[in-house]
Design a protein around this ligand. Structure first.
Ligand code: GAR
Length: 206
């Protein structure tokens, strides 16, 4: 059964990772017509749609149109993969406990933009990425999986972004698979994985 709808705004490397993992992606929706990820969908024969936020007068109207497109596919899961829009509480509620996001920091540190730059500026010694269930707070919600990398003296925002992205491509497909296999349990705002799979990946490869 094809059962994940992926929302993107840009490059689509996480979308690519989900497809490479053989996950059942039924559609890709972008808010930007020029998103490079749309070509990735086409290459894999996955239907794609553009719902441009510029065509709507309010966030609510955009989110309603987006939900209508998503629901055409009756997905079990909505996966945000570099989808750079703030979502309304109504939209978040509609997909409550069945919408995941990947974010390039060890949440709850550094929600929002420029995470690698901010991690360097704070002098953190560990950085990484997180997959979490989406709540109404931006880049916030029950954490499913994280990957950590050490920050090196010579690191730049670009070098960190590269090593973190590599880990995003490891943990996002893993988390989506867990969800589809019914292994994720949310209790009191925290997530556990049935069968006790490792929810932390630590990478210090060159
Ligand atoms: C990824 O690094 C993802 O973690 C980030 O956008 C990038 C999208 O890359 N998402 C966020 O910052 C969400 N707040 P991609 O289009 O190549 O997957």
């Amino acid at each position: 059964m094809r059962s994940v709808v992926v929302l993107i705004s840009g490059r689509g490397s996480n979308l690519q990772a989900l497809l490479d993992a053989g996950l059942p992606v039924s559609a890709v929706i972008s808010n930007l017509p020029g998103a490079a990820g749309l070509a990735i969908a086409a290459k894999h024969g996955v239907p794609s749609r553009v719902v441009s936020h510029k065509d709507f007068a309010s966030r609510e109207a955009f989110d309603d149109a987006l939900a209508k497109e998503i629901d055409r596919y009756s997905p079990r899961l909505v996966a945000l993969a570099g989808f750079m829009r703030v979502l309304t509480p109504g939209f978040v509620q509609r997909y409550r406990d069945r919408m995941l996001n990947i974010h390039p920091s060890l949440l709850p540190a550094f929600p929002g933009l420029n995470t690698h730059q901010r991690a360097l500026a704070e002098g953190v010694k560990l950085h990484g990425c997180s997959v979490h269930f989406v709540t109404a707070d931006l880049d916030h919600g029950p954490i499913v999986a994280q990957a950590a990398i050490p920050v090196r003296r010579e690191d730049t925002a670009a070098s960190l972004a590269l090593r973190v992205l590599k880990q995003e491509h490891v943990i996002y497909p893993r988390a989506v698979r867990w969800f589809l296999d019914g292994k994720l349990v949310i209790e009191s705002g925290t997530v556990s994985v049935k069968g006790n799979d490792a929810q932390l990946v630590f990478d210090d490869s060159p």
